[in-house]
Write a protein that binds this ligand. Structure first.
Ligand code: FES
Length: 572
């Protein structure tokens, strides 16, 4: 692309009063005049925040991108957007994913940027930045922050999230002293980076690589591995070339790329959260992608990686075994080999020679870790627009189950009652949690893997069928039906479930059935009242009024689609 056509030249290429303003204020840092001569201007979208511990090392990463941009003759300009820390942000980081996507989109479009490098790590920062960038459609590279080193506690590996769920249940069951539980805090998270299980952050970093938006190796290099810095530097070099080639994000994010991502998600035993995020991202670029595609494309694929929460190992092991390139090579002809990636090569060209150094971590396709791993999409009168379950993280014996419903109307009631010794529940029951969906929580919190009743834990019960309209942490496990749509707060049938109803789950036939007659459901429906907005004003009100249901990605209705990156009118 000639420099005269670059959008940054609408600011910097002018010789008038406004050109003076655009350049002069930037020169207050000592930027030389030649930086405005028409060279590609690269935005570095940074989600650094000390309140997002997984992204707290991003200043270093941004510096590496800048060096790469300079080395290729570009002009880097770093800018912040709101960051989303999964561990601290209430009521749930997911509430703000769409808000951040707006921040990203408008920050890119309103500024003199020709292309953008996205720095993302903790769960929601990745989909938020991809969605915002997709609605602008400039040349874009994603750089993930990388996972933490493996957690080490008393001689054994412990994984982010997964270890917390296991140990907290052990504390509740009386088998782990609280002092050891506290000691593990310092041992689990001992380096920069994001969760080092195959949770949502590692899943989304893998999606970035599988979609072709990131460079090979993006998913697995630990945050503190020198190759993570190298990856950022190479991304800085490459994004400048992408401006010259006018290689826009929409040429990367094709239907084939999404299909590859779904298949890779199956092979890595990836998070159910990827379902929602990729549906929302596809909606931004106009790629037709449906909830049913997740089942159709991935359900019969094997899980190749033995990683927590479905398996044993951690992301550091995955990296040393060969990382995502080795998985892509193992998938071979299962994938669309022609999809283009940001380095200008196809996904297959990038990975066809990738070595697998440890088949115990990355199993060959011919002898997989688990024979069938994809996400199952359920239907039935309890979820007219679908629900999902991750069979690889479930107890096989519970995948076909009929049980009596024990209902919690919301998460507060669940927390208040689940440890009640008088709760009428046994291990054959089905725990039902309502009002945790997009509108109901609000923000569709990760509460679907609700804790088991304490009295059952003490008897050694480790799993039960659980059903909700919420999500589950990618680090969690169990026979957990999630993303029930429509959600209870939107009037879905889930709202009508009562204690004692019988519920049938049959994952093999993809069925989720509430065994209550239509006349009785209609009677209950006549007394159901829709909840009002949790707040009368502000972003939460906007979100409540406009959020879509989980089966289409829980985007805001007015954000679906793209507006491009045409230069807005003058600001002076
Ligand atoms: Fe940030 Fe898990 S808490 S990735």
């Amino acid at each position: 692309m000639g420099s005269a056509l670059r959008r940054s030249q609408a600011w910097f290429g002018r010789q008038d009063r406004d050109g003076f303003i655009y350049r002069s204020w930037l020169k207050n840092r000592g930027i030389p005049d030649d930086q405005f001569d028409g060279r590609p201007v690269i935005g570095i979208c940074n989600t650094f925040s000390e309140l997002t511990p997984c992204n707290a090392h991003f200043r270093t990463l941004a510096e590496q991108v800048k060096i790469g941009v300079w080395e290729s003759g570009g002009f880097p300009l770093e800018f912040p957007v709101m960051s989303l820390g999964e561990t601290l942000l209430r009521p749930t980081a997911m509430l703000f994913r769409n808000l951040v996507s707006m921040d990203v989109e408008e920050s890119i479009r309103g500024n003199p940027i020709d292309a953008v490098v996205l720095l993302m790590g903790c769960d929601k920062t990745t989909p938020a930045l991809l969605m915002g960038a997709a609605s602008c459609d400039l040349p874009t590279i994603g750089v993930s922050g990388g996972p933490m080193l493996s957690g080490k506690f008393r001689g054994a590996d412990i994984g982010s999230g997964t270890g917390v769920w296991q140990m907290s249940e052990a504390v509740r069951a009386g088998t782990l002293p609280i002092a050891e539980f506290r000691e593990a805090e310092s041992c689990m998270h001992r380096s920069a980076g994001h969760c080092m299980t195959m949770g949502t952050a590692s899943t989304m970093a893998s999606m970035v690589e599988a979609l072709g938006v990131g460079l090979p190796g993006n998913a697995a290099y630990p945050a503190v591995d020198a190759r993570r810095n190298l990856l950022a530097r190479l991304a800085g070099r490459r994004i400048v070339q992408m401006v010259e080639e006018d290689l826009k994000l929409s040429r990367i994010l094709t239907r084939g790329a999404f299909e590859n991502a779904i298949r890779v998600n199956a092979a890595i035993g990836g998070s159910t959260n990827a379902v929602i995020h990729l549906l929302a991202l596809a909606g931004r670029v106009g790629v037709p992608l449906a909830l049913a595609d997740w089942d159709a494309l991935g359900h019969d694929l094997p899980c190749l990686v033995d990683l927590q929460p479905s398996g044993r190992f951690l992301m550091e092991d995955f990296c040393y075994a060969g990382g995502l390139p080795a998985v892509i090579r193992e998938l071979g002809s299962v994938l669309d080999r022609e999809t283009l990636t940001v380095n200008g090569q196809t996904l297959w060209e990038n990975n066809r020679e990738a070595p697998n150094y440890n088949p115990a971590v990355i199993h060959p396709f011919s002898s997989p870790f688990k024979p069938r791993a994809g996400i199952a999409v359920l239907s039935g009168n309890l979820c007219p627009r679908g629900a999902v379950i991750k069979p690889s993280a479930a107890t096989p014996a519970l995948l076909k189950h009929r049980g009596r419903a024990v209902v919690f109307e919301n998460s507060d009631e669940m927390h208040a009652k689940v440890n009640d010794e008088g709760l009428d529940v046994d291990e054959t029951c089905v725990l039902v949690l309502k009002n945790c969906g997009p509108k109901g929580y609000p923000g569709m919190a990760e509460v679907g893997n609700m804790p088991l009743p304490a009295k059952l834990l003490r008897r050694g019960i480790t799993d039960m069928v659980r059903i909700s309209d919420g999500r589950m942490s990618g680090t969690a496990y169990g026979t957990v039906v999630l993303h029930v749509a429509p959600e209870a707060a939107a009037g879905g049938p889930l709202a009508l479930v009562a204690n004692g109803d019988m519920i049938e789950l049959d994952v093999e036939s993809r069925r989720l059935h509430l065994d209550v007659g239509e006349a009785e459901l209609a009677r209950r429906g006549r007394t159901w009242q829709a909840p009002g907005p949790p707040q009368e004003r502000g972003y939460t009100r906007l979100y409540f009024d406009h959020v879509l249901q989980a089966d289409t990605g829980a985007d805001l209705d007015f954000l679906v689609g793209a507006s491009g990156a045409a230069v807005p009118k003058d600001n002076h």
